[in-house]
Write a protein that binds this ligand. Sequence first.
Ligand SMILES: *Cc1c(COP(=O)(O)O)cnc(C)c1O
Length: 372
Amino acid sequence: MPIAFIDLAAQQARIRSKLDSAIARVLDEGAYIMGAQVKELEDKLADFCGAKHCLTCANGTDALQLALMALKVGPNDAVFVPSFTFAATAEVVPYVNATPVFVDCLPDTFNMDPASLKRAIVFAREKGLRPACVIPVDLFGLPADYDSIIEIARENGMTTIGDSAQGFGGQYKGRMVGSIADITTTSFFPAKPLGCYGDGGALFTDDESLADHIESLRVHGKGQHKYDNERIGMNSRLDTLQAAILIEKLAIYPEEIVSRQKVAEIYNAGLSADFTVPETPDGLKSVWAQYTLTMASEADRASLQARARDAGVPTAIYYPLPLHQQKAYRAFPADPEGLPVSEDIATRVVSLPMHAYLDEQTQEKIIAAVTR
Ligand SMILES: *Cc1c(COP(=O)(O)O)cnc(C)c1O
């Protein structure tokens, strides 16, 4: 059996009969859009993370766009985003005619650097932009430094959107991700820690008027009913089938988070003598969307990947090029001191197989393969 980078089949085998009956129930009931399972899932997700409101939508990118629309971010607004992230975090900013401003990350956690955020805010003001919003990302499953970032946001009259596409289920100093930022977004793309069998996403907030606004925006800006249009919205709903699947997956998610933590600890124990293993600050809990080593050089990374490939161990690079160096994003502003950490770590990081069903024997094989 080849080693999987993310083993979705093992999870499916565990709950297959529950999934089959949940899917059959949707087919029997025939409410494919906004069926009862959608609200049931939203209530369960809100309970799980301690948020007052949860609204599901079509995917994690739409969730970010809906958040910016609900916060009325628009022309002349600056939205501060990390450069070392998946493109969607920055991509949604031009969608609402605002300007993404790139911020550097910290070398140990890979998450947004508050000092770089401060410099970028000053720079944006100098360029005549209004600092409107910051989007810290819970990269690789580890919550961002929310206390520092939210404090900077408040001092500057900005709102905070937590992009937790990779981090839903994570904890920050006793609080669950989803109950910390003004709005938190997540993705249910199949490979995310909590994924469905297609595209899906959700937003979390404690603010009732924001929740009402998002609920309208996701159905064409509806008012009392869908042929009553109060604003320009989108068509961005989670399918009932995906909601039914997610209800079954959410039921086992707490156990899976514990398993992921065990997998990470075994990697840490087996690899920390030879490599820089991921850092988890005190009081934070990652859901380990990725387990990412930082190598000493790009050449060291290439040789680790070659050793792994020879032993049948898949590896991946998240992310090979930071966004501010990508063709589509090069023209946007960034921290005036540059983004040296993002540029450097993009050449040195490498991620190993990580999922809740990785057994110890396979992990030993992976550790032996990557350790010379
Ligand atoms: C996956 C991801 C998204 C987008 O989610 P989709 O559901 O694929 O649209 C946004 N931000 C980050 C950090 C992601 O990893």
